[in-house]
Design a protein around this ligand. Structure first.
Ligand code: ATP
Length: 261
């Protein structure tokens, strides 16, 4: 079996007295597509933010691509990671957020070229060439010169995906990327993600409330509750034959609310 690209080992995380993650462990294989599902507040977003180093951890270890994320190995000892180490590790990972987070005063193409130019010293012409390829892939090449305020939510999200891809990450994290969109714009973003999943060998982790999409997209579905993985398996096993009572109750609620699973 290939080495895991992500190895999470017993991580804990609290906000004040509230324990969000309680000794969570998880291994993800290269190119694997995972969907993280579960009730609101169960810690799904927190895991993605921890992987992106937007939140710290209280305990445990994370390795990305065989290297510690929050620690540095020096003479056989594990020391806390410094900012330089974190910045280097962060380049392996791209993240797309619910609320796009585009730079409002930069054009579409500038949004995509900024990080490669600033963090990797890529020359402007090269960054622009790559940005146009990515914008073409997400169907936004014709809007390269537009400003974010001129775009629909679905278009903004497709630019945000291109921007996250610009640093050629090995791992992509998607945090409820369609929840802020009008229903008629959801499909255009999901189509881009389907294409990415089919055409690239990136490892992808998706937090979603779109169970139908999670079913189609994922190789493996993880059901979270109260900071723990309660059940995991192939989409058909989780959605059609969930074993745990908590998973069954969660899916019953989703179906009762009229959603497809
Ligand atoms: N920075 C923070 N400070 C305090 N509490 C936080 C912070 N971030 C998250 N939390 C709390 O931690 C809990 C887990 O949050 P998280 O966003 O990981 O859950 P989630 O499973 O992604 O939920 P949702 O589906 O609603 O996004 C929530 O109760 C949230 O209010």
């Amino acid at each position: 079996m290939s080495q895991p690209i992500i190895k999470i080992d017993g991580i804990t995380k609290s906000f004040g007295s509230f324990k969000v993650l309680d000794g969570l462990s998880l291994e993800v294989k290269p190119a694997e597509k995972l969907a993280l599902i579960g009730p609101s507040g169960s810690g799904k977003t927190t895991i993605l933010r921890i992987l992106m180093t937007l939140e710290s951890i209280d305990g445990g270890h994370i390795q990305i691509d065989g290297e510690h994320l929050y620690h540095m190995e020096r003479n056989g000892q594990l020391l806390p990671a410094d900012e330089r180490h974190l910045a280097r590790m962060r380049q392996k990972i791209g993240m797309v957020f619910q609320l796009f987070n585009l730079f409002p005063h930069k054009s579409v193409i500038e949004n995509v070229t900024l990080a490669p130019m600033l963090t990797k010293g890529v020359k402007k012409a090269d960054a622009e060439k790559r940005a146009m390829e990515l914008l073409d892939m997400v169907g936004m090449a014709d809007k390269a010169k537009s400003m974010p305020a001129q775009l629909s939510g679905g278009q903004k999200q497709r630019v945000a995906i291109a921007r996250a891809l610009a640093l050629s990450p090995k791992i992509m994290l998607f945090d409820e990327v369609t929840s802020a969109l009008d229903p008629e714009l959801v499909e255009e973003v999901l189509n881009v993600m389907r294409k990415l999943a089919a055409e690239t060998d990136m490892t992808m982790l998706l937090v979603t409330h779109e169970m139908g999409f999670a079913h189609d997209f994922a190789d493996r579905v993880l059901f979270f509750d109260r900071g723990k993985i309660v059940e995991e398996g192939k989409p058909d096993d989780i959605f059609r034959h969930p074993k745990q009572e908590r998973t069954q109750a969660f899916l019953r609620k989703i179906i009762a609310a009229g959603h497809r699973v």
